[in-house]
Design a protein around this ligand. Structure first.
Ligand SMILES: [Zn+2]
Length: 68
């Protein structure tokens, strides 16, 4: 998956394909947010990145560097 030059790495846990999701944080109620989620096992980055112009780069970086 190519995203403006950003490469979304496979899931660090199961090796599955990851995808960028967007929606509304249920705990905040209204702020649109973005995150990366594994299609296979469902693990994901923190859902706290506001859906703005550069948020894709932010969530991709978060996903690619996560270790837990
Ligand atoms: Zn996974």
């Amino acid at each position: 998956m190519k995203l403006d030059g950003k490469q979304l790495l496979p899931c660090p846990f199961c090796g599955g394909e990851a995808e960028i999701k967007k929606g509304v944080d249920s705990t905040q109620g209204r702020e649109p947010i973005a995150w990366v989620e594994c299609k296979k096992c469902g693990c994901c980055t923190k859902k706290e990145i506001e859906w703005e112009n550069d948020c894709i780069g932010v969530v991709v970086s978060l996903w690619n560097t996560r270790k837990d």
